[in-house]
Design a binder for this molecule. Sequence first.
Ligand code: ZN
Length: 369
Amino acid sequence: MRRSLALLLPMLLALSAQANDPPPSKPIKPASAKEEASSSASASASAKEERKSSSKESKENKESAKEAAIRAKEALAADELAARIAERLSVIRKDKEDAAARSAPRPVVRPSYAPPVRRPEVAKPKNDHGTNSAAAAGGLAVSHADIHWSYKGEGGPLNWGKLNVANAKCDIGERQSPIDIRDGIKVDLDPIVFDYKPSRFSVIDNGHTIQVNMGAGNYINVLGHNYELLQFHFHKPSEERVNGKSFEMVAHLVHKDADGKLAVVAVLIERGKSHSLVQHVWNNLPLEKNDPVQALTTMDITDILPVKRDYYTYMGSLTTPPCSEGVLWLVMKEPVEISPDQLAIFSRLYPMNARPIQKNSGRLIKESN
Ligand SMILES: [Zn+2]
């Protein structure tokens, strides 16, 4: 009886040790943790190996129950070690997952409703082209991925589409801006009706350009359609080209209609005489980025327009992320002048903030006769 117990005990102990095996870690581990995980698995495997051989030996050599118990304890200790390794790995994995979750771009919240049929895509104002709200300058800027968009390096125009899924149009859009304006169809274009008046304004350096946010009540009318002026801002050099020619700078006057569709009037700028409106803006330059300066005076945007109001027109996009399409472009043919000193002031802040030319993709360009 005692003898058979002595035989049974080590077997029972070995069995109970196996029953206490830590469950295999179920969640899939990230690639970086795989190596560590496999080493833990092999530790567990070798522990089992050890237990098997200990049970066999005890039978063959008729070792005392005490000795076998010690061996079983060792096996248990090995299992415990394996369990602790697995636990530690799961903590490391969780930390890594948390870190990845923190650095991952936020999911894009899309409206649940479908856009109206047969309408061009409504450009959602999200940047310096879109709106004059403080959110455009600061709040939404952080919704992009860790690398923020810019005009050179990793955040440069060739990577805009990859920085955020919301910027996909920057990569795959077929009606992008700016373009090299050429081969326009000369027709009797209806003049743009400018209904601007002296208005309060603030100036903001939003990290991409100097932007002037305008008070309400400034409109243009294009083919019977009203758009309200939100803001204007500058690029250096001009983003658009005309028959291959680039200009020193351009001012983009961004308007929005009641449906949220955008119309941008582009005023090309070349080197020449000093410009009083531009000086008025420079006089109110903010000292800090994203900290708007409310001017104490008013400004009449009519003053930035050239004397002749002939223009080119085509359908394009925002020239900054998210590169939304469905933007009506109205590019004034006659440039205005600013002085070399005025150019130099902008150049100190933004020596180059122009998106490269995009492909025309067979788009129709019309121009005033
Ligand atoms: Zn612009």
